[in-house]
Design a binder for this molecule. Structure first.
Ligand code: MG
Ligand code: MG
Length: 593
């Protein structure tokens, strides 16, 4: 299907928007009047620019407050329309969007609305233009898509049809099944946007919080299937009003939008076999100028320096199935790459490329294993590794021997937490969901002493791969933290080892305030184990499936480690404890500064 996007959905001047939209591979645009009015180019030049970029203007919009008006207004409205038709001819656009009237002067009379729209269609036809009538969710008298369709049917003119906008339909809770009752050739245009579930005024919700398909909670594949079943053959167009997209980089937003449409098409086409989700973490790679502090921390956690790369300044640290690479480049310690075990790396790479996540160039020696990575929106590299054990790439490390990573108390990487720039949170979610085939969990806002941290976990079914995406809306924090969480079956043993280990626990384990444990005693009947948790700075959480014990190390550069023990079927990440952890980290950070 043709893929379009409204110019309002991306940031920039009109020429900047057009370039970004064309580069992302769209077929056409909805030209927003405001973008035209603010553009110094005459319509003929815009038309040429659009054509040179391989685009079409599929829709011109909006035309407001036209129908069901008192007689004296109709003449003025038709005159206004005549100007738009002439403009559209200069632009080479042949479809005009008319939104249902929101004016207090509009009359609640469907026959009158139909008569006025028919007159508009008659005049539009003289210019070879068609009119698509859209029910705004907050229209004065017409706010339901089937109501708009009844008026269009009454008007009965070939140049008049409806525009279906997923937001206006689904935000009102209307059942989209009714779309199938509209003849396909009378559906002139379909606009898609998603939205997070928010209980707020629908106009504010629409103007500020729309997002691309798959980034909110609407069933857009379901709605689109109804339009296709009705016989709709026109474009799928993204019309997204979003405060963040208006500021974000246009090229990225356009790619994000295109990725959402490709994923939507996959969902429409049940035959598309999605690659299976990743089966585990192959490694986490940290970059930093000086490897020693993190190496010492890993040693204290029971890791062994198991090998050194034959040609790059990279150390392999291993314990059980957890592998951490320390790469001596860059400055402060940061989490730069994640290796994912996938059944078929080549098909994962192919899929990533189809979803506009190009494979990153990688310098490698001829004898090195072929490992391809794509860039996540936060800049982290995601490597697609096989599931063979020991993995092929381990041969790049000498003197590596599998015995060097004898099973320890830590068994594997439980999850990694990455910090996203605010502008790219939705994009990141879509990336992890579509490119890495992870499933999103609930969104959380966690209070921090200096702001709020927005968080969302994504995981593979069964939880072998878990990632937590955070946005730090934290004024006082200039270095967004990331972490690697390591799983153990015996967190007490790890904690005691840390306590007895290098320099005492005070240097390694994040201290947790006593008030936390007093409160814990009130919330849960933990019994004598509470004393041990308090002594060892271990945090505790519980859900309906099981229990969760976790502790944090101090932060080095941008990175810290978490040790987690899942008991029973606990499926969370200890989010209830995040505010205490964040406050403790700020205290540590301030103490270190
Ligand atoms: Mg719309
Ligand atoms: Mg965590």
């Amino acid at each position: 299907m043709r893929k379009c996007i409204a110019t309002v959905s991306v940031s920039g001047t009109l020429p900047e928007k057009l370039s970004a939209i064309a580069a992302a591979g769209f077929d056409g645009i909805e030209l927003f009047e405001n973008d035209l009015l603010a553009c110094p180019l005459p319509p003929e030049e815009i038309r040429e620019r659009v054509r040179d970029l391989g685009l079409l203007i599929d829709l011109y919009q909006p035309f407001r407050d036209f129908e069901a008006v008192p007689d004296e207004r109709l003449a003025a409205n038709l005159r206004r329309a005549e100007h738009k038709f002439q403009l559209m001819e200069r632009l080479g656009a042949d479809l005009l969007l008319v939104c249902s009237n929101v004016s207090p002067r509009a009359i609640g009379d469907d026959d009158l609305a139909a008569e006025h729209l028919r007159q508009l269609a008659v005049r539009a036809a003289e210019h070879g233009i068609r009119v698509a009538y859209e029910a705004l969710a907050w229209g004065r008298h017409v706010s339901e898509y089937l109501h708009a369709w009844r008026i269009v049917r009454t008007a009965d003119h070939p140049n008049l049809g409806v525009c279906l906008d997923s937001f206006h339909i689904l935000s009102r809770g209307s059942d989209p099944i009714g779309i199938e009752a509209i003849p396909g050739q009378k559906i002139f245009f379909v606009q898609l946007s998603d939205a997070p579930p928010l209980a707020m005024d629908v106009l504010q919700w629409s103007r500020h919080y729309r997002c691309f398909p798959g980034q909110g909670s609407f069933d857009l594949a379901g709605l689109t299937i109804h339009a296709l079943n009705a016989g709709y053959t026109g474009p799928l167009s993204l019309e997204v009003f979003n405060d963040v997209f208006r500021q974000a980089d246009a090229a990225r937003t356009a790619v994000d939008g295109m990725r959402s449409l490709i994923a939507l098409e996959e969902a429409l086409d049940g035959r598309t076999a999605l690659p299976p989700p990743p089966e585990g973490f192959a490694f986490a790679e940290l970059t930093m100028a000086d490897l020693r502090p993190v190496g010492e921390l890993l040693r204290a956690l029971g890791f062994t320096h198991a090998g050194t790369h034959h040609s790059k300044p990279v150390e392999l640290w291993a314990q059980g199935g957890a592998r951490i690479l320390l790469n001596a480049i860059g400055d402060e310690a940061e989490l730069s790459a994640i290796g994912l075990q996938v059944a078929d790396p080549a098909s994962s790479v192919k899929r990533a490329e189809a979803l506009l996540s190009p494979v990153l160039p990688r310098e490698r020696d001829p004898e090195d294993a072929r490992l391809d990575a794509v860039a996540a929106p936060d800049g982290a590299q995601m490597f697609f590794c096989g599931t063979e054990e020991p993995p092929e790439w381990l041969a790049e490390f000498s003197p590596f021997s599998p015995a060097g990573s004898a099973p320890g108390v830590i068994t594997h990487i439980d999850h990694v937490a990455l910090t996203q720039p605010l502008h790219y949170f939705d994009e990141a979610e879509l990336f992890y969901r579509t490119v890495l085939c992870l499933r999103p969990h609930e969104r959380l806002d966690m209070p921090d002493p200096y702001g709020l941290v927005r968080s969302r976990a994504m995981s593979s079914p069964g939880g072998a791969v878990r990632m937590v995406l955070n946005v730090a809306n934290v004024g006082a924090l200039d270095v967004p933290w990331q972490h690697v969480a390591l799983a153990t079956g015996d967190i007490m043993a790890v904690a005691r080892r840390l306590r007895e280990g290098l320099g005492g626990a005070g240097d390694i384990v994040l201290p947790i305030p006593g008030n936390y444990y007093d409160d814990l005693a009130a919330r849960y009947d933990i019994g004598p184990a509470l004393g041990q948790l308090r002594e060892l700075d271990i945090l505790y959480d519980r859900d309906e499936h099981g229990e969760f014990l976790h502790l944090y190390t101090v932060t080095i550069g941008r990175v810290f480690f978490e040790i987690v023990q899942r008991i029973g079927g606990y499926d969370g990440y200890g989010a209830a404890n995040a505010p205490v952890r964040l406050a403790a980290q700020h205290a540590q950070h301030a103490g270190a500064a």
